[in-house]
Design a protein around this ligand. Sequence first.
Ligand code: B12
Ligand code: SF4
Ligand code: SF4
Length: 680
Amino acid sequence: MARLFSNRDRPFDLGPLPLELLPRDPAAGVVEARQPGDASPSGAQSILWSIPEYRELFAKYLDGEIARGRAPVSDDLEKRARNLKASAYFLDVTLAGTCRLEEGDWASAAHPSHTDAFVFLVEFGRETKHGEAGDAWIRGTNAARTDLRCAEVAVVMAGYVRALGWSARGHVAGDTLVSIERLAQRAGLAKARDGVLAAPFLSRGFRLGVVTTDYAFAPDLPLASLDWPSADAYMGQMGTRPGWTDAEEDQRPLHLGRYAMEKIKRVDEPTTLVLRDEIRRVPKRADLFSRALAGDLGEKPQAERRRFAVKHPLAFAMTPLIRNMVPLQGGREPLAGSTLADPKRNAEAIKALGYFLGADLVGICRAEPWMYYSHGDEKGEPIAPYHPYAVVMLIDQGFETMEGSSGDDWVSGAQSMRAYMRGAMLAGVMAAHLRRLGHSSRVHSNAYSELLHLPAMLMAGLGEMSRIGELVLNPFIGPRSKSVVFTTDLPLDVDKPIDFGLQATCAMCMKCARECPCNAIPFGPKVMFNGYEIWKPDVEKCGRYRLTNAKGSACGRCMKTCPYNREDLVESERLLWLSIEVPESRRALIDHDDASGGGQRNPVKRWWFDLEIVDGVVVKPAAANERDLDFGRAEKLAKTQKLAFFPPELQPKGGTTLKEVVPLDREAGLAAYAAALRKA
Ligand code: B12
Ligand code: SF4
Ligand code: SF4
C-alpha cells in the first residue's frame, strides 16, 4: 500500500508520479478530444444532486480582484513554473504542466489578454464495487466529484496569482473560456485516444482544470508517449507512486480506507481517563481565537487574529471558499427521515463516501451532549445539543511540505488552511447528501463549529491523546492532521477508541516539548482538567506565538518534529507495528528518530516562496524562522517551564459575546495548573 522507496531526494514540484521521465514531442499536434467521464450512470440516491451548490459557489471565485501591487517574486521563469506546480501538488493534483496560450485556445473572441496557461489534472476517486455499501451514492458521480475538486484548485491557484499582483482566471468544465482539452495536450498531461483524453500512469479516469494568466512562466512540451518509462519507474524507485498501487488498494473494501485501522486494538474507553459526569460544557467564547478577537489577550493578538494564518498569498487564496462554505453547513432541525435503517450499512456507506471524496481517515462516534459548546460567541445564544452521531474525518496536513518547513515558517498557515478547506468541502457535500435523503445533518468546520473536535476524534477511534496536548495522534499519519466533523441523526454504528501504546511512548519521548518554540508543551505528567485526563499545553503561550509569529505564519512545529510524523513508506508501517508489538523497542525507536534526523528540515522539500501580505500587497518578509533540532534544549526548558491552564471557571461565562472584553487571567491560570500538578 505505502511506497517501497523514499522520496526524500525528490523535489516536491515534480509531483507524486514520474512525469519528468516521459519523452516529449515538440511537434505533437493537438486534436479534438473530451475528458474521461463515468463508466455507468448515477442513480436517484447518488450524491450528484448535492454537488451543484458547491460548484456554483466555487465558480464565483474563479475570477476576482487583482492585488494593487506586484509581489517581489523571481523573474526566473523556471522557478515560477516550479512554484506553481508545487502549489498545485500541495492541493493534491495528480499531474501539473504549463504551456503558452495560442489564439485558437480561447472559446470566444473577447477574452483577457493572458499569455500563459497552468494546467492540472485530478484523478478520479476510488469507487465502490457493485453492491458494496455506498455504491448507490457513489456510482456515476466521479466526474462531478472530480470537477468540484478541480474547481477548488482552480479558485485557489488563480487567487494566488492575483494576490501576487497578476491577472488570472480559473477554468473548469462547464465554467471555462478556453479549451481545457487542447491545453492539457500542449502542457504534456494527456494525449487523445479515440476522441477521449488519456493520461500517463493512471488506471482511473480524471478531470482537468486550467489557470490562464499574464504571469509568465516556463512552458512544458507535449508528451510523446503515455507508456511507463521503465520498470524502475513502475516500481516507484524515484520515490514515486508505484504502478501497482490501484490494484493493491482495490483489494480492500472502500469503507476501510487505505490505512489498516482495523488492525489497531480497540478498547471500550479511551486510554486517557474521561469522567463524563464531571465535564462542564464551555462556550465558544472560550476558544482562544475568539478570546483574541474580542481583545481578551490585548491589542497585538487582536489585530493579528484575522490575518495570522492567511498572511501568505497561497493561504489567503483559500479564504473565499473557507468563509463562504459556512452558510451551506446545514441546519439542526429534524427532517422527514428515510428507510436507511441499518446502522452498520449506513456507517460503511458514510465511510466509503468520505474516502471516495478524499478524506484520509473516517471514524464515527456518538455526539455526546458534553461535546457540544454550551453557547455561541457572536450573540452568546445557548446551544442545545441536537444530533446524536458525529462523523469525524481527518485531513493529512502533508508530510513532504512539513519536511521542508521548520513548522513555524511561512507555509504553516497554508497547511492548516488547505486542510480546513478540503474538510469543509467534503463534509459539506456529505451532509447535504444526507439531508437530501431526509436526515438532519450539520457540518462543524473550522470556520464555524458547534462541537469540540478533540473528544469526537478520540471517541471515534481516530487516535489517542498525545503529549502535544490538544491533539489526537493517529498511528499512521501521526499528529499531522486537521479534523472536520458533521453531526447527523442518520442511525449509525459507532467505532470504539483505540490503543496503540501512545501513552507509554509520550511518557518517555518529550520531543514535541523540547522543540516547541515557546515552551508551551508540558514536560510533566498528564493532569485532570475539567473531568478528563490530558497533557495540558499552555494555550495562551501557543496561541500568542501562533498569532504574533513575525517570522512565519502560525505554527505546527510540534507536529513536524514528532517521531510519528513519518514518510508514507512500507518501512514506516513496520516501525509502527514494532512499537506496538514490542513495547521494549519504543525507547530505541524514539532515539533512532532523533539520531536519524527525524524532524530536521529537508531543503529539497522547500517549495514555497517566503511572502507576506501587508495592507493588501505581497512583500518579502523581513525574516523566516530557520530552526532545526535542538537536543540540548529539553533540560533547560524543563527547569524553567511554567504553565497556565484555563478551566471553565477561568473562561468567559456562557452568554458573553465578542463585544465584551474579559481579560485573560494568567496568574489564576498558573495557580490552577500548579494545583492540578500537585494532585497528579
Ligand atoms: C482554539 C484552538 C486552538 C488554540 C487555543 C486552544 C484553546 N484551549 O483555546 C491554540 C492556539 C492553542 C491551538 C493550537 C493548536 N491546534 Co487547535 N484548535 C482550536 C479549536 C479551533 C477550538 C478549541 C476550543 O474551542 N478550545 C476552547 C476550550 C474548549 O478549551 P478547553 O476547555 O481547554 O478544551 C480543549 C481540550 O482540552 C479539548 N477538550 C475539550 N473537551 C474535551 C473532552 C475530552 C474528553 C477530551 C479528551 C478533550 C477535550 O478540546 C479543547 C481544544 O482546545 C479546535 C477546533 C475545535 N472545534 O475543537 C482546534 C484543534 C483542536 N486544533 C488543532 C491543531 C492541529 C492545533 C495545532 C497543532 C496547530 C496546527 N498548526 O495545526 C496546535 C496544537 C497546540 C497544542 N499543543 O495542543 C486540531 C487538532 C487535530 C487533531 N488531530 O487532534 C483542531 C481539532 C482543529 C481541527 N479542525 O483540526 N488550537
Ligand atoms: S504547541 Fe503551539 S507554539 Fe508550540 S510547537 Fe505546537 S503549535 Fe507551535
Ligand atoms: S513528539 Fe513524542 S511526546 Fe510528543 S506527541 Fe510525539 S511521541 Fe508523543
